[in-house]
Design a protein. Structure first.
Length: 400
């Protein structure tokens, strides 16, 4: 069917209507416009971009930025001085042939305070509690300075470094601060908008990048010199929002401006692949610090593999869901004298339920244990040789 011309007034009215609809509803608005003229129908199909999403991002960034800070690590480094030494001392015989020959030597002449690394953090309490990565503040002998959004600087104290996750909690001595709210990272969906804010390259503070959640529950091994080797990171959020060196410790936000993750790692040589620690893990650390002054994890004393259909088929297991107590080096997956051993668990058992919560692809054993504390008694259901069994286990504080 031919598309006939419409008047300029009709076209402008049409665009106004569609623009209003798109701004109200968001997304790309596809429309069909039908005119009746001498019994002939005319269709116009088109699309226009919505500004609603842009405005939401702008508002989220504006509200979050005052609570995002840069963290600089500095320490005393030696001042090395060069000086010369004659290999012949002051012997006049050799001086007549070699003159004032000097061999360079080096010695320390005091120390100087020097910046050695930088990263990002964000404020979570009005009295100055800050969340960042552990690898941003790795050195107990270093000094840490926080650069606020308004340009002021404050000395920071490391309250605790997480023994498991790449997280740390800092404190600055100031009150009435802007804060960020931690969102519910358990409800994330692939494709939803993600906003990263950070001190990119240690130079460009509060740099913003926007993308989507591109994967969930990723497991990677991250390498950084400050960590002294590889660190296994699990259940990470994958995003294509640009995360650059210096962004570490910064927030990953949803469209409402809530923190859904803490930016922690990138894939070298790849484009648009970054990882963030779920906000729920940071919430655990914050609550633990407030309650006990340190980061405490409940401990069972097992090594396990989270099951899936591939493992079920390969190892001929009775289920595709659960925590399979398995050790790759053929040692026991149940540690000696641990709560798990005392509860009667053995290598090869498959834990399938914690109290009333079943372990599945979306709820690992580690995730389910996050809601409990040391001293809590939990009921475990597990499979042994295909038979379902139950036992009670008393959680203890994870050894440091």
């Amino acid at each position: 069917m031919p598309i006939e011309k419409i008047s300029r007034t009709q076209f402008l009215a049409l665009v106004a209507i569609v623009a209003f609809s798109a701004a109200a509803g968001g997304g790309i608005f596809a429309f069909s416009y039908v005119l009746k003229n001498a019994g002939t129908s005319h269709s116009i199909i088109g699309s226009i971009p919505s500004f609603a999403n842009d405005e939401a991002v702008v508002q989220a960034v504006a509200e979050a930025s005052p609570a995002v800070v840069s963290i600089v690590e500095s320490k005393d480094v030696p001042i090395i001085e060069q000086y010369g030494v004659s290999p012949f001392g002051n012997d006049p015989f050799f001086r007549q042939f070699f003159g004032d020959l000097q061999i360079p030597q080096y010695r320390q002449k005091g120390t100087t305070k020097q910046t050695v690394a930088s990263g990002t953090g964000f404020i979570v309490s009005q009295d100055g509690m800050i969340v960042t990565n552990k690898h941003v503040v790795p050195d107990a002998n270093a000094d840490y300075t926080v650069f606020m959004n308004d340009g002021s600087t404050l000395s920071a104290k490391v309250l605790a470094r997480d023994p498991i996750e790449d997280l740390a909690i800092l404190k600055i001595n100031k009150s009435g601060l802007a804060t960020l709210k931690l969102g519910d990272s358990s409800r994330l969906k692939i494709g939803q908008t993600a906003i990263a804010i950070g001190n990119s390259l240690g130079e460009f503070s509060n740099t913003v990048s926007v993308g989507v959640i591109s994967g969930l529950r990723r497991n990677v091994t991250a390498y950084a010199g400050a960590l002294g080797g590889g660190e296994d990171l699990s259940e990470l959020i994958q995003t294509d929002a640009a995360i650059n060196p210096g962004n570490s410790g910064g927030p990953l936000l949803n469209i409402e401006g809530e923190v859904i993750g803490i930016n922690t790692a990138i894939v070298e040589g790849a484009e648009s692949i970054g990882f963030s620690i779920p906000a729920s893990k940071a919430q655990h650390d914050i609550d633990s610090i407030k309650k006990s002054g340190k980061i405490i994890y409940p401990y069972m004393g097992v090594r396990y593999v989270s099951l899936n259909r591939d493992l079920e088929a390969q190892s001929k297991l009775p289920t595709a869901n659960g925590a399979w107590l398995f050790a790759a080096d053929s040692s026991s997956a149940v540690l000696p004298s641990s709560p798990a051993e005392k509860a009667g668990l053995k290598t090869g058992d498959i834990i399938i339920q914690v109290n009333s919560d079943e372990i599945d692809a979306n709820h690992s054993l580690a995730q389910l244990l996050e809601k409990y504390s040391a001293g809590d008694v939990i009921a475990l259901s597990y499979l042994r040789d295909g038979a379902r069994k139950t036992t009670n286990l008393t959680l203890v504080e994870r050894p440091q």
